[in-house]
Ligand binder design. Structure first.
Ligand code: SIN
Length: 497
């Protein structure tokens, strides 16, 4: 019997607390489960199977068996299933958002926004499925013909983070399914239930057993289960979104089996505001970007560089917006910023603010832990007089802290913006078209926001450079290509050799 939930779902069958393998709802072989906590209260509200390495083979074998027939389906058929899934996801958006809010803490309106964003991927990759084309090429030798064909690579494994638990599953799976691959998903221990709800809808959409598998696990078993997945010889592709530290471990595991790999890793994104920027536009964009999911996005602004002439004015505009945010439980009406997802996130925010204050920076708004509802809260925070030696400049904050750094010239700020090992996203605000072009070319990041803080969308290639990883998700051709192999066929006509 389903446990009673602390919130109501319109469709209760979306709540599952078993893993989904080969079209069946299953417990871990060990029978062990783990708790899922509501970050807004700090209390457990559900549980899921704590799978271990011993549970991996069955899921991969199921995905491998399913692959034998799935790869032979037409791209149009796969597109049709993706569109059915897409329709079901949209129809159940509010329920999915309720689950996401209770797993991640993000406000319900934001969680609904995540579902809308996520369905962009099912929609987009349904379109991509039939656009995978090979080529017929000229050759240098008479009587010879050369063709290239693209085929699905095989079983893919997805290691998914907790900050966008629906979007990250769909960004990976929709591309894989469109290509003709099957998938074993390992959701984050914080957010397994939204992935399981997606499995309910995938089944309803008509995806055959074994195409989409979800193996849940806890924090303790995450390294060993992930290692087993990465090392399994039938897994041909691994996609990971998470920290650079763990991404390097995943890359090492995949190197042994020479697995194709996509790594979407950490960021330390600069956000540049020039004297000639529209300051209201920049402050609005930064407010949306910085406090989206309480600062817990890889592409959020980590270092906000403001040109000296507008520094005080911009700090004032931002402080006003930060003070207007309403922090609370994500399911509470009117909440505009929820808690952090983990208590460790709050500890890190505290240490970053402490270090900043100790080293000469100034708290303009917030700066403290909040515990009014017993959850993992930290106030929306604005810090002025930040400098490049602070911890919060060197590390990814993953917290609702907006730290303002002052700069004088374009040359100086580009050098400081690029002075990080990361290269996920960069943003700038200016009305000077020549400068905009220069910045696009000179900032070292995989994605550049030009007078915007919101660039993520299914049609935009997502992915970093430098230590932020490699490979692209979403966007035309490149993302689906991550799940394909390319073969060259050379034919010699009669009378030639
Ligand atoms: C992320 O934090 O990695 C995802 C953000 C996005 O897709 O916009």
């Amino acid at each position: 019997m389903a446990p009673s939930l602390p919130f109501k779902l319109d469709n209760e069958s979306l709540f599952r607390d078993k893993s989904y393998v080969n079209g069946k709802w299953v417990a871990a072989k060990s029978g062990k489960t783990f708790d899922i906590y509501d970050p807004g209260t700090g209390k457990p509200w559900a549980s899921a199977p704590a799978n271990g390495p011993a549970d991996v083979d069955e899921a991969v074998q199921a995905a491998h068996t399913a692959f034998q027939s799935w790869k032979k389906t037409t791209p149009r058929h796969r597109a049709q299933l993706l569109l059915k899934w897409d329709g079901l996801i949209r129809a159940h958006a509010t329920d999915l958002a309720r689950i996401v809010t209770h797993e991640t803490g993000k406000p319900l309106t934001e969680a609904k926004g995540e579902i809308e964003y996520s369905a962009g991927f099912t929609w987009w990759f349904a379109g991509e499925a039939e656009r995978v084309v090979g080529s017929v090429n000229p050759t240098s030798i008479p009587g010879r013909r050369l063709v290239t064909v693209k085929q699905p690579i095989g079983v893919a494994a997805a290691l998914v983070p907790w900050n966008f638990p629906v979007a990250m599953v769909l960004r990976k799976c929709a591309a894989a399914f469109a290509a003709g691959c099957t998938m074993v998903v390992k959701p984050s221990p914080e957010t397994p239930l939204s992935a399981l709800a997606l499995a309910v809808l995938a089944e309803e959409a008509g995806f055959p057993a074994g195409v989409f598998n979800v193996l849940t696990t806890d924090l303790e078993n995450t390294p060993s289960l992930s290692e087993e997945l990465c090392r399994h010889e039938l897994v041909k592709k691994v996609t990971f979104t998470g920290s650079t530290r763990v991404g390097k471990l995943v890359a090492k595991l995949c190197a042994d089996g020479l697995k194709k790999l996509t790594l979407e890793l950490g960021g330390n994104s600069p956000f540049l505001i020039f004297d000639d920027a529209d300051l209201e536009q920049a402050a609005d964009a930064l407010t949306l970007l910085k406090w989206r999911h309480a600062g817990q996005t890889c592409i959020t602004a980590n270092r906000i560089f403001v040109q000296a002439g507008v520094y005080d004015k911009f700090a004032e505009l931002l402080a006003k917006r930060a003070s207007a945010l309403k922090t609370g439980h994500g399911a509470t009406e009117g909440t505009t910023m929820g808690p952090l997802t983990t208590p460790q996130g709050v500890d890190k925010a505290v240490s970053h603010v402490d270090d900043a204050v100790k080293n000469g920076a100034r708290v303009v708004v917030g700066g403290k832990k909040g515990s009014s509802e017993g959850g993992y809260f930290f106030e929306p925070t604005v810090i002025a007089d930040a400098h490049d030696e602070l911890l919060l400049a060197k590390e990814e904050q993953f917290a609702p802290i907006a730290a303002l750094f002052k700069f004088e010239t374009e040359e100086e700020v580009v050098e400081r913006a690029n002075a990080t090992s990361m290269g996920l996203a960069s943003y700038f605000f200016t009305k000077n078209i020549d400068r905009a072009w220069r910045l696009l070319e000179n900032l070292e990041a995989g994605q550049i926001g030009m007078n915007t803080g919101a660039m993520s969308a299914a049609e935009v290639p997502f992915g970093g450079i430098k230590m932020s990883g490699y490979g692209k998700e979403s966007g035309k051709d490149v993302a689906i290509g991550e799940y394909l192999i390319e073969k060259s066929g050379v034919l010699t006509l009669q009378g030639h050799y």
